[in-house]
Design a protein around this ligand. Structure first.
Ligand SMILES: C[S@@+](CC[C@H](N)C(=O)[O-])C[C@H]1O[C@@H](n2cnc3c(N)ncnc32)[C@H](O)[C@@H]1O
Ligand code: SF4
Length: 459
């Protein structure tokens, strides 16, 4: 599946990433601690009973120029103990509101770089969670790690504190690319780390993250990186398209001095990566994930149980409503989202005074819930059956079209361009359309088409 220059020209336009709907830039400051407390207690009786816990560790030893995450450079005398103590207090503040019969199905440490914390501190957070909540039979306990700074001892510490999914950020195996983007070169070959983790037990899973579109990358060099990755056989492999948003992420401005790969080159990098991975037995899932057939995401996709949250693709079984802790973290509950303050000292002080450190949020309207579920279906399952959806949502097909602002004429354009098929009341994303699935989802996002917010390009 090659993407033509015509399609790139027409569809490579700013569009939300849809890791959530409404997108994170809809959160406003007109959201108070009282709103957050009400939303948390309301989540006991609406939405999924499963509890997913997200913990944000914002620190990084060095900031990569391309980074789009909420990361902060680690200062020499950073008080990580104080941050971790605040995290634990915040967990306790929320735990006391949650219904004790609800169970934790997922714990996810993201960042920043969680593995900058001494492993004993991470273990102490897990211990607190294990004592405050009861867990489902097989919870997923995952951590995002930078292979730089990892060794077998550290991995052993994580394994014995309960982790069963490790996500390593590789980005590119070529050291010259890593150098250009100010990324640390791992001391230990990531292949050795992956083999060590995989050798620890049959049920421990490994994900590897890559980014295409960075300076210094060529179609050939990125293909080589993916070839090497596929031989290591991670359970899951993610190829992110580099999102260049220097108006939000000032650290990315440095990359303005390089000629970045063009959209055509990026499309080719993605296409070649897909071919290499298919040849090695990987199945495509969602926008940018490739997984081995035993992987939960592939199994979930077969029964339309694939889901998406701020942490990326997940399954409806493992994830539930997301309760997020730490600076900048976003709780994603049935009735809305709210985000914590971005300021580390303010976060610690607020939590220490017994308050939820919320900075902004949004209450989701019934109409937005309909749009959210439609977009989720398209982003995850690459299909939408209009009457089936309307029936499930207990609305008429006309109401579905009215709420989403769906315009059959715009859909006609996508059909003519080969991005979607519509037959018997069902919209299907084609193989080519999968590359522009964000554009297709935006057909149902009335607010996006009527607003002037800025977004990154899909490619
Ligand atoms: C929090 S980081 C992972 C953990 C660790 N900090 C690391 O870099 O290895 C999450 C992932 O987001 C991806 N990422 C970061 N900035 C991005 C950007 N601007 N565009 C696309 N992907 C990005 C990277 O692949 C990275 O591995
Ligand atoms: S990519 Fe990872 S290590 Fe690099 S700055 Fe972002 S969060 Fe930190």
């Amino acid at each position: 599946m090659k993407i033509s220059a015509y399609l790139l020209e027409k569809y490579n336009v700013p569009v939300p990433r849809y890791t959530s709907y409404p997108p994170a830039n809809h959160l406003t400051g007109h959201f108070t601690e009282a709103d957050a407390l009400e939303m948390i207690s309301g989540s006991n009786t609406t939405g999924s009973p499963n509890i997913a816990i997200y913990l944000h560790i914002p620190f990084c030893r060095r900031i990569c120029h391309y980074c789009g995450c909420n990361s902060y450079p680690l200062h020499r005398n950073e008080n990580m103990d104080a941050y971790v103590e605040a995290l634990k207090k915040e967990i306790k503040l929320v735990a006391r509101i949650l219904d004790k019969s609800r169970k934790v199905s997922q714990i996810h440490y993201g960042g920043g770089t969680p593995n900058v914390l001494p492993v004993s501190l991470i273990a102490s957070i897990n211990d607190l969670i294990f004592s405050e909540f009861s867990l489902t039979g097989s919870p997923e306990i995952a951590i995002e790690c930078n292979p730089a700074g990892m060794d077998n001892r550290y991995i052993n510490g994580l394994l014995s504190s309960g982790f069963n999914r490790f996500s390593l950020g590789i980005q590119d195996f070529d050291p010259s690319v890593l150098k250009l983007v100010n990324r640390e070169i791992p001391e230990t070959d990531p292949e050795i780390l992956v083999n060590y983790i995989k050798g620890s037990s049959e049920t421990t899973r490994v994900n590897l993250d890559f980014i295409y579109g960075l300076p210094g990358q060529t179609v050939e060099s990125f293909s080589e990186t993916i070839r090497k990755a596929s031989k290591i056989k991670p359970d899951r492999l993610v190829t992110f398209s580099y999102a260049h948003v220097p108006w939000v992420k000032k650290n990315q401005m440095v990359l303005g001095k390089y000629i970045l790969p063009s959209p055509e080159q990026k499309a080719e990098m993605f296409h070649r990566a897909g071919e290499i991975l298919a040849g090695m037995g990987y199945m495509p899932v969602g926008l940018d994930h490739f997984v081995l057939p035993h992987d939960d995401l592939w199994i979930a996709l077969q029964s339309h149980q694939l889901h998406r949250n701020f942490q990326g693709y997940c399954t409806k079984r493992t994830t539930g409503q997301v309760y997020a802790f730490g600076v900048t973290s976003i709780s994603q509950l049935e009735n809305g989202f709210f985000q914590n303050t971005k300021d580390i000292p303010a976060y610690i002080n607020t939590v220490n005074s017994g308050k939820i450190p919320v900075e902004k949020g949004i209450i989701i309207t019934p109409e937005q819930k309909i749009i959210r579920d439609v977009i989720n279906d398209i982003m995850c399952n690459k299909r939408l059956n209009f009457s089936e959806f309307a029936q499930k949502a207990s609305i008429s097909a006309d109401r579905l079209i009215e709420v989403t602002g769906y315009n059959p004429e715009s859909a006609e354009d996508l059909i003519n361009d080969g991005l979607i098929d519509i037959q018997d009341d069902e919209l299907q994303v084609t193989e080519t359309g999968a590359f522009f699935v964000r554009n297709i989802a935006s057909l149902f996002d009335r607010e996006f088409r009527e607003s002037e917010r800025k977004y990154s390009n899909p490619v």
